[in-house]
Design a protein around this ligand. Structure first.
Ligand code: DX5
Ligand code: ZN
Length: 213
């Protein structure tokens, strides 16, 4: 199933609920980007913000993307905050297997994200524990960057290797790049600035939604 995951990183945090409400009819998930200033050169927000989003949107899937070092240390905070899906970076921990297993044991979906330089086949030993694979289509850390075209080959390879796992793409997704990623085999599309840095957010969300039919 094809899905839109709206990244709130570039939303207006002084009116976050309104921003989310404006795209809500057209999206499947709220994508929360957690950055620690170590794994990536940026700091965003932590579990208390996600907890508030959970209370404001009790019915919507929350997709938490951890761009933090040592995700195994913090996973329980993000599970308790109400994440439905918890994704961390393979490059951020030597303990990916046990971290995935513990997330699954907590009863939520688990995923691994790869930065552009990381080979997709490294995930083969972990396939049975993966609900989703997040392929970064920009270098993680900031919204508003341009889609890296070389990642299309990686998406295709991912779809060949992992037939039944959600393949999510994140970074530079807009009305031009989404169709290429879709054709390559991605089925979950993170969209940040294309939605939230625009005046008519709901029009843009509807437009992207129509590209998935
Ligand atoms: C970047 C984040 C993305 C980001 C996407 O490191 O993981 O989720 O918000 O933003 P856009 O869609 O603007 O590239
Ligand atoms: Zn993200």
């Amino acid at each position: 199933m094809n899905k839109i995951s709206a990244s709130i990183l570039n939303a207006d945090f002084s009116r976050l609920k309104d921003d989310i409400d404006s795209v809500l009819p057209f999206i499947d998930e709220i994508h929360c980007d957690v950055m620690d200033g170590h794994f990536v050169d940026n700091i965003s927000f932590g579990a208390p913000v996600i907890e508030r989003i959970r209370s404001a949107f009790p019915e919507t899937v929350i997709d938490t993307h951890l761009m933090i070092r040592d995700p195994e240390k913090f996973r329980t905070d993000f599970i308790a905050a109400g994440s439905d899906i918890l994704v961390f970076h393979l490059e951020a921990t030597p303990h990916a297997y046990i971290t995935l297993k513990r997330i699954k044991d907590a009863g939520i979906q688990a995923g691994i994200s790869l930065t552009p330089a990381t080979d997709i086949s490294l995930l083969e030993p972990l396939a049975s524990l993966l609900d989703r694979i997040l392929i970064m289509t920009v270098e993680p850390g900031f919204g508003g960057q341009s889609f890296i075209p070389e990642m299309l080959k990686k998406i295709k390879k991912a779809r060949t290797l992992f037939k039944d796992i959600d393949i999510q793409v994140d970074g530079g997704i807009n009305e031009k790049t989404l169709p290429y990623a879709l054709e390559a085999g991605a089925n979950v599309f993170v969209v940040g600035s294309y939605l939230f840095s625009h005046e008519n957010k709901s029009e843009r969300a509807a437009q992207l939604c129509s590209l998935l039919d």
